[in-house]
Write a protein that binds this ligand. Structure first.
Ligand SMILES: [Zn+2]
Length: 413
């Protein structure tokens, strides 16, 4: 694994001098602000590029206030905020994107496409450089953009509040300390707000009925935003059904029947407006099986299929914990996890650098089982079964459990 992005910058980080937020004890004196950055990610299987589109100034900073310069996981990409003079990293976060999933499809060998992406960082007090990197399956930079943001730029647009009904579903701690989740409605028409808020409550219950989320319930806050759709339900292209909905989600992403996603990221972020968040869950009002979770990007879930509870928790495992899928197909080899690279997902290994994974848990219930990450060969998982492998398994394996706890601590301690 290339450590290019994991350089630890050791210097006293006086965050208050750089960012418009304060430590919890100072919150009354210091207004919080967030910088939203919109980009277009484009290219094909062999070339990727990033273009900056627009910057926004938003509401209170909901993100972490500790160890700002170092993401816990490498991810499939990183955003970094840099001191323009010293180059020192002031803030960094990692992510994955739907665009990068698309770049390994057959379509990406034939055509170039563009996808929306949005990121948020603490609003700077002084000019900073923003650096975005996309990483390929070998952890090598495949797309890169660096640009300056001056907080005095008059074209930084204030984020408008769309005035949507927002309710607190669960408040486990103050904004500055908790992991903040926002749940957004999709495919609920104007008469269905009561159903949406009930479904949002079911989503919170699903999460907190599972360890380790149950134990760490007080480290999370959940808010729900009701964005009415013109029509009820979601689009199902393989049935010829296209509906007008709040975030334009649809099944058949990349021609996969069950893959329910949205490409309308800016539209989604506009609906969230100034509601503070670190994780987005979109609840799609349908009984059709489907959904997806993309690390630090989005969890999108159907609301009414009988598997709602296990699938929601599984997808949130991707989006929050950065966990990989532990299932596999017999006919796929070396697609996403090449043998010369240790995956960044904490619950998968190619044995390239197993000591960085769960070698220390081998005598505490973890094992090493070949098959995972969609590949039957060359990728290993920690347990015969896990919530990240099947819907029938009721718990996370010991490795996934630890990975989620580490992520909760990373955000909140
Ligand atoms: Zn697991």
């Amino acid at each position: 694994m290339k450590r290019f992005f994991l350089l630890i910058v050791l210097f006293p980080l006086l965050v208050d001098s750089w960012f418009c937020y304060a430590q919890p004890s100072q919150l009354k004196q210091e207004p919080d602000s967030t910088l939203r950055l919109d980009y277009v990610l484009c290219g094909d299987a062999s070339h990727q590029a990033i273009y900056w589109r627009q910057s926004f100034k938003g509401g209170p900073w909901a993100g972490r206030r500790h160890h700002l310069d170092q993401p816990l996981l490498r991810g499939n990409g990183q955003i970094r905020v840099l001191d323009p003079e010293s180059g020192a990293c002031l803030y960094a976060n990692s992510f994955s994107t739907l665009f990068q999933e698309w770049t390994v499809t057959e379509e990406a060998t034939q055509v170039q496409r563009a996808f929306e992406a949005s990121f948020q960082v603490p609003f700077p007090r002084q000019p900073v450089d923003i650096e975005i990197s996309l990483l390929d399956t070998h952890g090598q930079v495949s797309g890169y953009l660096k640009h300056r943001v001056d907080p005095a730029d008059i074209l930084i647009r204030p984020i408008a509040s769309p005035g949507l009904e927002t309710r607190t579903v669960w408040e486990g701690g103050p904004l500055s300390e908790a992991v903040d989740i926002v749940i957004v409605s999709e495919g609920y028409d104007a008469t269905e707000s009561a159903k949406f808020f009930l479904d949002a409550g079911r989503a919170a219950d699903a999460l907190f009925s599972h360890e380790p989320f149950a134990t760490y319930k007080d480290r999370f806050s959940i808010r729900a935003v009701f964005a009415p759709s013109a029509q009820s339900g979601v689009s199902i292209p393989h049935e010829g059904l296209w509906l007008s909905t709040a975030v334009s989600s649809h099944f058949d992403t990349f021609y996969s029947n069950r893959y329910l996603t949205t490409s309308a990221i800016w539209q989604l972020w506009d609906l969230i407006g100034t509601v503070p968040f670190e994780q987005i869950i979109v609840l799609a009002n349908t009984a059709n099986y489907g959904g997806g979770g993309i690390y630090n990007s989005i969890t999108l879930m159907n609301s009414d299929h009988p598997t709602f509870v296990p699938v929601l928790v599984h997808e949130f495992g991707h989006a929050f914990g950065g966990l990989g899928d532990e299932y596999y197909y017999d006919d796929q080899f070396e697609s996403q996890y090449p043998a010369d690279t240790e995956p960044w997902e904490p619950n998968l290994t190619t044995l390239k650098d197993f000591n960085s994974k769960w070698a220390d848990l081998m005598d505490q219930g973890a094992g090493l089982y070949e098959g995972g990450g969609y590949q039957s060969k060359g990728v290993y998982r920690p347990a015969p079964d896990c919530r990240m492998k099947t819907n029938e398994c009721e718990t996370f394996c010991v490795v996934c459990n630890r990975a989620i706890i580490r992520m909760i601590d990373f955000y909140t301690r």
